[in-house]
Design a protein around this ligand. Structure first.
Ligand SMILES: O=C(O)C(=O)C[C@]1(C(=O)O)C=C[C@@H](O)C=C1
Length: 119
């Protein structure tokens, strides 16, 4: 009697191998996600310092010309790396929007804080 046809890739050994590959890929994905979190934390610690510097010296929270230069650079890097430049731009804009929100909060805090000269 002929064997029952199996759907392509549904052989239990194939599925077991696929699960092993999936587990390995997920380990790498978790490592990369951890690296991204650490890199973002590092980036935000620098932008917090920039925010305080800007607030102390009356500089505007946002710098659109700097942002445009960053976007142009990141889009080119993404293109070279095989990453969608539109995604890279959206990702940077998402981060920078949050940074500007932090800068504005720092500026408001600075404006409300006593100067240190007061008794
Ligand atoms: O470089 C600055 O002036 C920053 O405040 C940092 C940063 C950024 O996150 O890269 C954020 C806001 C500015 O509009 C431009 C860039």
């Amino acid at each position: 009697m002929a064997e029952a046809p199996t759907a392509p890739g549904s052989d239990p050994e194939d599925v077991a191998r696929a699960r092993e590959v999936l587990a390995l890929e997920r380990r790498s994905i978790d490592n990369i996600d951890a690296a991204l979190v650490h890199l973002l934390a590092e980036r935000f610690s620098h932008t917090q310092r920039v925010g305080r510097l800007k607030a102390e010296h009356g500089l505007p929270p946002a710098d659109p010309s700097r942002e445009q230069a960053q976007i142009d650079r990141l889009r080119a890097l993404a293109d070279d790396a095989g990453l969608d430049p539109t995604f890279a731009e959206a990702f940077l804009r998402f981060i920078v929007t949050e940074v500007i929100r932090h800068h504005e909060r720092i500026r408001e805090e600075e404006a409300g804080a006593p100067s240190g000269d007061e008794v």
